[in-house]
Design a protein around this ligand. Sequence first.
Ligand code: GLA
Length: 372
Amino acid sequence: MKHTILTILSAVAALSAAAQVPTLNDTPLKEVFGDKFKVGVAINNFQAHETDTKGAEVVKHHFNSIVAENVMKNEKIHPEKGVYFWDDADAFVKFGEDNGMDIIGHCLVWHSQLAPWFLVDDEGKYVSADTLKARLRDHIHTVVGRYKGRVRGWDVVNEAIVEDGSYRKSPLYQILGEEFIPLAFQYAHEADPDAELYYNDYGMNVAGRRDAVVRLVGELKKRGLRIDGIGMQGHMGMDYPDFEEFEQAIDAFAGTGCKVMITEWDMSALPTLHRSANVADVVAFRKAMNPYPDGLPADVAAEWNSRMDAFYSLFLRHADQIDRVTAWGVSDGDSWKNGWPMRGRVEYPLLFDRNYEMKPFLKKLTEYHKNK
Ligand code: GLA
């Protein structure tokens, strides 16, 4: 009797969860597309700690790969000299393990979200090349070493090349030159010889950057260093990237022998903010840049869905080259794009809306592919 009551109660609880989180009624994306590529998502701290219970349920239902949106970045995990902060990264890895997911570490070396102490001495001056090497080695060995055998692959270096194909003149580059890249790959491999290692960047459709990344991968391989994957971040808008260029880049990267990964997929539905914009009338500008605070108009939503459909269909056509497609966040409300490139925008860039409804393009694609 007691058992029957408990069973009924848990069935009722499941039903009410599904009512509040509609997409739990959809066929899991990982079931529909899992034989093509890994179906990934970046998760935030609330989802990893399961305080955002709805978001966490959506992640468990649909995805078989996770990446940490922020908690493994240098400023979070290594905030001060000699001080590592593990709680959040540990919770993220545990969440992935408890749910049988592929866990991706992001990111070991990046010029942004770097702890303030990392590049400078006590007087605030840039450290020497040798000191930076030692710091990089310690950072990478400690972080990768802690999760040895548990993280499938690492974004080792993020965003080191700019559009014209030259190296980004970041402080990392200024202190160590281009050598910081092979060193990072070497240190990561020393710390976990079985982990996959990736180079990750945005705007990878741009010919200059694309060709430079292909050359970089060739150089790393020539030196006998391990590199398994090239991450195309995939932050998109309604007017970028160019579709054909994006497809050519997939082919170019696959041609290096690396796996191609769409690592940070989202598509802004709002007007692109161009740096040259004339902002003399700030109020009018803010309004123009945040045009849909109460919901996307049907025509814009239709255009957004059709562009997302085209890209997802492209990924499916290139499934033999693409290892993973990872969305950069769970629902629209979670997206970093609500705060960038301007705070307070209401954005609609992800696979699920703020009420956890699956976006129409994906619903249509899953229906089609699950019946195939
Ligand atoms: C880059 C980084 C990500 C994330 C996004 C947006 O693409 O790789 O970790 O920070 O910017 O914020």
